[in-house]
Design a protein around this ligand. Structure first.
Ligand SMILES: [Zn+2]
Ligand SMILES: [Zn+2]
Length: 334
């Protein structure tokens, strides 16, 4: 689908999971090759879907000269290795995430150990640990890793045909997430930072940085006032109304914080125990923690941690260590 002259949305399927995991990549024509933003998963269906959609606009893989990955999650980066082989394109990723590619997708033992340590220290029962620790290994098969050549910082300008895309560093959903802003065309390629229907997950883990939720809220506020007519997200559909959508996301996190404080009213408890007391929304359905799949359980505990830590910083909650486990409480509670 051509969104503006020379800017195409490519729909890349993920047939094994709900619709939400289908990815929108964006292809922007240029005088010296095309810019591809995000790649989809490393599955044959996505590869051939991209090949077919390129052919429909008279292009092939060899026309891609730069692949910019908005962030290192497997649905955005998964196909990068195969696309580099087919195109010879360079891959650009934020510096922070470029440094994590090896531990996340190539030599993963250290990351698995860190994940288990974090979950254990936040109250996940020992019997549940192996399943939660290894829950993301399944997606590894949908990633063809490649070392990115280009490290982004934010602030770069990429000239592409008549367009000038500014790289905006928007940490939060992931530590090196970037968006692309075209001020004249008034479009924002938003990756997973802002989606029209889903609230992007924000979790605290060994590759998230210390303050993922405060970073995320700041990154939303930083783009709230941009003069943008059209948002091009990596999932779901193109939409207008950036500021109202950001307002909804900010309110959502206020509600989550309120629910967590409410749960703490029951007494001191771990992030895992808080996760048992609050509702979870997965693909639009509200579930209890016990109804979640292993990976969603892990994301739930890490999301609760991401909300609890800033509550401690604000003084709305308190943190203590008991036998190597972090316990949260309302201030003054014992
Ligand atoms: Zn993501
Ligand atoms: Zn995504």
């Amino acid at each position: 689908m051509e969104i503006l002259p020379g800017i195409h949305q490519l729909k890349l399927p993920f047939p094994l999971q709900p619709e939400e995991l289908a990815v929108n990549a964006y292809l922007i024509r240029g005088d010296r090759g095309c810019l591809l933003v995000d790649t989809g998963w490393n599955i044959n269906q996505a590869y051939s879907a991209m090949e077919r959609q390129l052919r429909e606009i008279g292009l092939g893989f060899a026309d891609i000269s730069l692949i910019l990955i908005t962030h290192f999650h497997p649905d955005h980066y998964g196909l990068a290795g195969r696309l580099v082989q087919a195109s010879g394109a360079r891959v650009a990723l934020h510096r922070i995430e470029k440094d994590f590619i090896d531990s996340r997708y190539m030599n993963m033992d250290g990351l698995l150990d860190q994940t288990a340590d974090i979950l254990r220290a936040n109250g996940v029962p020992e019997k549940d640990l192996p399943r939660l620790q290894k829950a993301s290994l399944g997606v590894r098969q949908y990633v063809a890793p490649v070392s990115p050549e280009v490290a982004l910082e934010g602030g770069e300008v990429i000239g592409q045909g008549p367009y000038r895309f500014e790289v905006l560093w928007t940490p939060g959903h992931s530590p090196g997430h970037v968006c692309l802003l075209e001020r004249t065309a008034k479009i924002l390629i938003s990756g997973d930072h802002v989606l029209p229907a889903t609230f992007p997950n924000v979790g605290l883990h060994s590759q998230s940085g210390r303050d993922p939720l405060p970073n995320y809220l700041r990154s939303l506020q930083a783009i709230e006032a941009l003069d943008v007519d059209l948002v091009l997200p990596a999932h779901e559909h193109v939409f207008s109304g950036l500021a109202p959508r950001i307002g909804q996301i900010l309110r959502h996190h206020e509600e989550r914080k309120a629910a967590i404080l409410d749960a703490l009213g029951a007494g001191p408890q771990t992030a895992y125990e808080v996760s048992l007391r609050i509702p979870w929304i997965v693909h639009g359905v509200t579930l209890s923690y016990d109804q979640l799949q292993a990976l969603d359980r892990r994301l739930a505990v890490m999301s609760t941690m991401a909300h609890l830590e800033p509550l401690c910083t604000e003084g709305a909650a308190a943190r203590a260590q008991r036998n190597g486990v972090t316990v949260y409480s309302l201030p003054g509670a014992r």
